[in-house]
Design a protein around this ligand. Structure first.
Ligand SMILES: Nc1ncnc2c1ncn2[C@@H]1O[C@H](COP(=O)(O)OP(=O)(O)OP(=O)(O)O)[C@@H](O)[C@H]1O
Ligand SMILES: [Mg+2]
Length: 147
């Protein structure tokens, strides 16, 4: 069971939810953002990153092509998108494991294919497209993660 469930009916509302979630995040934290293509993972990440105060809205871009965006902070934030990676060997060359020991916040899109690579203390946020602009956003703990 998720710890919390939120519903938003616009991208703006999801961004604002990200602002509120940011206020509760403590370093270090690894958060998997899970949801279908276009469900709102990057939108929520933008809200979290803005809420942490490490970037202006216009400076938060999707890391689909660059794979990793790093925000100096403080707090240090890594926003990662693994969509374009299919194979574990490719991912292993990124050196993600070096991030787990850092005093940082790590937000990961499309990480669920590679969960064995992430620390067991990770959190998970699932986003479901419930039609039109409605999104159901489930904030989970590691134990909420079911295959
Ligand atoms: N309630 C909502 N919350 C978030 N996004 C919404 C909502 N309603 C509509 N949208 C739209 O859905 C899209 C979400 O795009 P976004 O890039 O955040 O998704 P994503 O999950 O990161 O996609 P991808 O899998 O390609 O990385 C945007 O076009 C946004 O405007
Ligand atoms: Mg995205």
């Amino acid at each position: 069971m998720p710890l919390e469930v939120h519903y938003t009916s616009s991208a703006q509302a999801t961004t604002e939810l990200g602002h509120r979630l940011a206020a509760k995040i403590r370093i270090p934290e690894v958060i998997l953002l899970v949801g279908d293509l276009g469900s709102g993972k990057t939108t929520l990440a933008k809200g979290i990153i803005q809420g942490l105060g490490v970037a202006n809205p216009e400076d938060v871009l999707s890391p689909t092509f660059s794979l990793i965006h790093e925000y100096e902070g403080p707090p240090k934030v890594y926003h990662i998108d693994l969509y374009r990676l299919d194979h574990v060997p490719q991912i292993e060359t990124l050196g993600l494991e070096d991030l787990w020991d850092k005093p940082a916040i790590v937000l990961i899109e499309w990480g669920e294919k590679f969960t064995h690579l992430f620390p067991s203390t990770r959190k998970m946020i699932k986003i479901f497209d419930r039609g039109e602009d409605l999104r159901e956003i489930q904030i989970g703990s590691p134990r909420a993660e079911t295959p």
